[in-house]
Design a protein around this ligand. Structure first.
Ligand SMILES: [Zn+2]
Length: 225
């Protein structure tokens, strides 16, 4: 689970990985015989019994640096990924965050990224913590974000990631009921197709920590979904 890939001075919420570090992390995956893919591709491969050697790469929030910094590296390595987009904020900045302002991808950039083979998925409309919403707002966050993103990329949007990784049973069930094929959580109490666990990767993660995280994630994910 990544967010932003960019040079930085301050990063209070630890959401940014520097471009050289990101490049080394991708190289590390390749050295281990792993290939980065989007979540939809990973789940399809799992269903077909051929997930070996694949690792899901996700990028939350839709930062513009995904298009300018992360994508060129991914393309060079032949990797895919899923970008979870805040549908009501494209072309603006991360107004929900009290950390440094970061620009978000425009609709045009989303189309470019999608054309490069990146899976575009939803991260809600406004990046609100869904357990705090009423039923109407919850449904709108789930359904309207998908409808808008499908319009932008002119294709199906089948995945969702819960903002802040906040989701109780109610939100997990709502994502399923809204017709999403899968949803990403961070550390769900109970993992499922609509509460997929993810491992945080940060700028401090060199080879040893990457290895530890990969092993821990494999243990967490095993035989659950
Ligand atoms: Zn987010």
């Amino acid at each position: 689970m990544y967010h932003s890939v960019d040079h930085f001075r301050e990063d209070p919420h630890l959401v940014t990985v520097s471009p050289p570090r990101f490049e080394r992390q991708m190289a590390w995956l390749r050295t281990r015989g792993l290939r980065g893919v989007g979540v939809a591709e990973l789940l399809d491969a799992r269903a077909a019994g051929r997930e070996r050697g694949l690792v899901g790469l996700t990028f939350d929030d839709g930062y513009a640096d995904f298009a300018t910094r992360a994508l060129p590296v991914l393309v060079r390595y032949g990797f895919g990924a899923t970008a979870f987009i805040v549908s009501g904020r494209t072309g603006t900045y991360n107004a929900w965050d009290d950390g440094p302002r970061k620009p978000l991808m425009t609709d045009e950039q989303l189309r470019t990224v999608a054309a490069a083979g990146i899976e575009i998925a939803s991260h809600g409309r406004h990046h609100v913590s869904l357990p705090e919403t009423d039923d109407t707002e919850l449904r709108e966050e789930l359904e309207e974000s998908r409808a808008r993103l499908e319009e932008v990329v002119e294709g199906p949007v089948t995945g969702f990631a819960f903002p802040y990784g906040h989701a109780t049973e109610r939100e997990v069930e709502a994502a399923r009921a809204a017709g999403y094929d899968y949803a990403c959580h961070i550390r769900p109490d109970e993992a499922s197709r609509h509460a997929l666990p993810r491992a945080y990767v940060g700028d401090r993660d060199g080879p040893l920590r990457m290895r530890a995280k990969l092993l821990r994630h494999e243990l967490r994910s095993r035989s659950r979904v």
